[in-house]
Design a protein around this ligand. Structure first.
Ligand SMILES: [Zn+2]
Length: 429
């Protein structure tokens, strides 16, 4: 029997209904209910914002294969601490998630950890090699929520078309790491000012634009839902906006780091500023912010990519690509979008809930009675400073150490069960 709760006196923020008002939230049997339940425990939410739990459609947990950088359990707890109740894991583990057995393994480990609902994505091609399609129907039956060869694009246009035809039949979206491998070459930073200054090889924005354009045309011809992962270029953002305006089933995501940083912020040879695709120009960053503000980019996603500190310390040329993001996602995006750019707070929340849910074909998370009690209480008033040593993630590779943010999850509930409680909350419960 799960605990019943009365969450008193918070600011309720519901992206599904548009509710934004002071009030109480009642929870019984793992769901929101319309009146105070019997024998409920009380949570004082004065000064806090009560929202549905966030969905992150792009996380890397490194199990199986690199459990020293993140496991499904540690990643799940980092997600809960960040205010997430649902995550979509990427399939580029070792071995990769390209069989029904691997999909089931992900689900079983996540259930054992019990901190978050994990929706595994699975590979488009066997071993993500881009040569032969994986058993998409079998992967779907096992529980794959999306298909992607994340880490690489499927460069063979005809193969991608076949994948999208099958995916459309199954009703499963394709997510693409849209980057042409030939044009990207051995680049490590955006082909721009910082790469020149540091004497490092560049990745041109055209590498992304070319594949995004192809993917949009394939979405048009196959009817398959196509989601462009980690959009970084202003041209790509405009292509996606135009596709959405044409009524095509195309969506795009922006990450906190691409919204908060550009290559102008890379002042030293620091591996924590290396990710794929790279931080682009200040103008590209501005185009991404505009895309999130006007909803042509409807999804915020972290691309949480844990790596060993020893490898990240090798400098930009040799370090692996990627940064962690789950535990800084609310703080960085609330600061950049709401505090600095005046974004409507409900719209900000929609990019973390309604947008991802639509992509996954699920109902919009809500506080309304009957909804699953996946809830986050956030302090959106206090400033805090990112301190990686406090992360629950096994990896600390963030470009945001020491950064001042506003917005932080202080309590997370998954189906009415506590999955994260900050110090102040835990002492009151
Ligand atoms: Zn990627």
């Amino acid at each position: 029997m799960s605990t019943s709760w009365i969450v008193r006196n918070g600011t309720l923020l519901d992206p599904a209904t548009g509710v934004q008002e002071r009030g109480d939230l009642f929870i019984a049997d793992g769901h929101s209910v319309d009146s105070a339940p019997q024998r409920a425990r009380e949570i004082d939410a004065s000064g806090l914002t009560v929202m549905p739990g966030l969905i992150d459609v792009h996380v890397h947990f490194r199990e199986p294969g690199h459990e020293g950088t993140e496991t499904i359990a540690t990643g799940s707890h980092a997600a809960a601490r960040g205010g997430f109740t649902t995550v979509v894991t990427m399939p580029n583990t070792r071995p990769s998630v390209d069989t029904p057995e691997q999909v089931r393994f992900q689900l079983e480990r996540a259930a054992a950890a019990g901190a978050v609902e994990l929706l595994p994505s699975a590979c488009i091609t066997r071993e993500r090699r881009g040569g032969e399609l994986a058993d998409l129907a079998g992967l779907h039956r096992a529980g794959a929520a999306a298909f992607t060869d994340e880490g690489s694009t499927v460069a063979d246009d005809a193969l991608m078309q076949r994948a999208m035809e099958r995916s459309a039949e199954l009703g499963v979206p394709i997510m693409d790491h849209a980057l042409d491998p030939i044009l990207a070459g051995r680049g490590v930073l955006h082909d721009g000012e910082a790469a020149q200054r540091l004497g490092l090889p560049g990745i041109p924005a055209e590498a992304e634009d070319k594949i995004v354009a192809r993917d949009i045309e394939l979405a048009a011809s196959t009817g398959c839902a196509m989601h462009i992962q980690h959009v970084t270029s202003g041209t790509s953002a405009r292509l996606i906006a135009d596709a959405a305006a044409r009524g095509l089933p195309v969506s795009g995501e922006a990450t906190p780091h691409h919204l908060a940083l550009s290559d102008a912020d890379i002042t030293t040879d620091d591996g924590n500023f290396k990710m794929n695709p790279p931080l682009r120009s200040p103008a590209d960053r501005e185009a991404l912010i505009q895309g999130i503000l006007d909803d042509s980019l409807s999804v915020l996603a972290t691309d949480h990519a844990p790596h060993l500190e020893s490898l990240k310390a090798k400098g930009i040329l040799k370090a692996p690509f990627g940064v962690v993001g789950l535990e800084t996602a609310i703080g960085v995006t609330y600061q950049v979008l709401v505090v600095e750019r005046g974004m409507n707070v409900l719209d900000w929340l929609r990019r973390w809930t309604a947008g991802p849910a639509a992509l996954l074909g699920r109902p919009c998370p809500s506080l309304a009675p009957g909804s699953r009690a996946d809830i986050v209480l956030a302090d959106l008033q206090s400033e805090w400073v990112v301190n990686p040593s406090e992360f629950l993630s096994l990896s600390l590779n963030t470009p945001f150490a020491g950064r001042h943010c506003r917005g932080q999850a202080v309590l997370t509930l998954k189906s009415g069960r506590i999955t994260w409680a900050g110090v102040d909350m835990a002492s009151g419960l």
